[in-house]
Design a protein around this ligand. Structure first.
Ligand SMILES: Cc1cc2nc3c(=O)[nH]c(=O)nc-3n(C[C@H](O)[C@H](O)[C@H](O)COP(=O)(O)OP(=O)(O)OC[C@H]3O[C@@H](n4cnc5c(N)ncnc54)[C@H](O)[C@@H]3O)c2cc1C
Length: 388
């Protein structure tokens, strides 16, 4: 067993770490309070090559697809700025989907500017009545002439206000017959779209929104992959976004532990630095331990993905355990700052509100546990009969 990083992986980690800690960390709190997306910083991250890591030859700075390298980049970004780390994940997912399944036109129009950080492609799966039960989407794509007509509503779409396009999942109908759920590249300036914002407690620079589709016409080559193949394409992608999302929580929580260690070293009570009290140092040690366990789980799942081993259960393990441990660590750090931790002038309460988002986004802990039980013990452990 080799837990070491190779030269390329170390180079990615060190490059992103140097940049993120020098250029992003100080601005995190101010940016986190605003609804504006930090395009300038996003483009500077693109310049590091990070967004091309899963976008295929011609975009990937490495000579191979390496999910561990993607994880290292995301964790380092999130250590400095949780939200910019998270914004990188849809770029990686969408660029990999477009590269693998996009038509020549879609690849030609969207891949380059996406990887260069010039445009953003959001992702629309969740609907007002279906989130956890993702396969129950009701938005329709009716094949009509040389294309499709989309009608329905998507909600909880990260970056909707800032994105130029979206990959959307819609139940497809051809000649009056259902053919399953398909994915499409939808430009967000298409006729028949209406948008509104969701006011959130954290995750503000990216934001979330609701998209209404009223007879939106798309050409045939907007389809990604074959008709009816959304869940083979899209949910296959979720296996790697889950450890990446967990790593943003872990990166943010690690940064929060490190700044709390600095704080308790200089803050005194009862004539002694707080750091000398076991009631203060032991929780820090316990959180360092659980975060390290969560981190290893993430890199093990990403390594499995890289070498082509099945990793659905492992990815689900990272997605409940990592965010839960991260939120718990950040909450304890807030408490270790005493009254200052509760103030908006410090970053602690902001970090807690931000980091909790990854406990929900991309599937809650309960859904991950259903996946783990199903993967290990079979369909008797599903909350429904798969044959329904
Ligand atoms: C910050 C953020 C960003 C997001 N970004 C996107 C995005 O870009 N695109 C997108 O499509 N979606 C996005 N989502 C939506 C996200 O994927 C869903 O919110 C999530 O899958 C849960 O679905 P839901 O909100 O409908 O909750 P529900 O499905 O209504 O679930 C509510 C509660 O019931 C629990 N529950 C549901 N079913 C079961 C069960 N069988 N057993 C036990 N418990 C169960 C859930 O765990 C949850 O606690 C985002 C969400 C957040 C918070």
């Amino acid at each position: 067993m080799d837990f070491g990083l190779d030269e390329d992986q170390r180079a990615i980690r060190d490059t992103v770490r140097r940049f993120a800690r020098a250029e992003l960390a100080d601005g995190y709190l101010a940016r986190a309070k605003q609804n504006a997306f930090p395009w300038e910083e996003h483009r500077r991250i693109a310049d590091l090559g990070v967004f091309g890591l899963l976008a295929g030859p011609g975009h990937n700075p490495l000579d191979r697809e390496d999910f561990v390298a993607a994880g290292l980049a995301v964790e380092e970004l999130a250590y400095a700025d949780f939200n910019l780390g998270n914004a990188a994940i849809p770029v990686m997912l969408m660029s990999s989907l477009i590269a693998a399944h996009g038509s020549p036109r879609v690849r030609g129009e969207w891949l380059d500017p996406l990887v260069r950080g010039e445009v953003y492609v959001a992702f629309g799966l969740t609907e007002p009545a279906t989130g956890s039960d993702a396969t129950a989407v009701t938005t329709t794509a009716v094949a009509d002439g040389d294309g499709y007509v989309l009608t329905g509503e998507k909600t909880s779409v990260t970056m909707l206000a800032h994105a130029q396009a979206m990959i959307i999942a819609a139940r497809t109908v051809r000649d009056g017959a259902p053919v399953g759920v398909s994915t499409f590249l939808l430009p967000l300036d298409a006729a028949g779209l209406g948008k509104s914002d969701i006011p959130d407690t954290g995750w503000k620079p990216m934001g979330r929104g609701v998209l209404h589709l009223d007879g939106v016409r798309l050409p045939a080559d907007a389809l990604l992959g074959p008709e009816g193949s959304a869940f083979r394409n899209v949910l296959g992608g979720f296996d790697f976004t889950r450890p990446l999302l967990a790593l943003t929580g872990i990166g943010c929580a690690q940064a929060t532990l490190d700044l709390t260690a600095d704080y308790v070293r200089q803050r005194e009570a009862f004539g002694s630095p707080l750091s000398r009290f076991e009631g203060v140092s032991f929780p820090l040690a316990e959180h360092l331990t659980t975060l390290e366990a969560a981190r290893l789980l993430c890199y093990s799942a990403l390594w499995r993905r890289t070498v082509g081993e099945r990793h659905t259960a492992e990815a689900a393990m990272t997605k409940w355990y990592g965010p839960a441990m991260a939120s718990r660590a950040v909450k304890d750090c807030l408490l270790l700052h005493g009254n200052y931790g509760y103030s908006e002038e410090y970053s602690l309460e902001q970090r807690l509100r931000d980091v909790m988002a990854v406990e929900i986004a991309d599937g809650t802990a309960q859904i991950q546990k259903i996946i783990i039980a199903r993967e290990r013990y079979g369909p008797d452990f599903l909350p429904y009969d798969r044959r329904r």
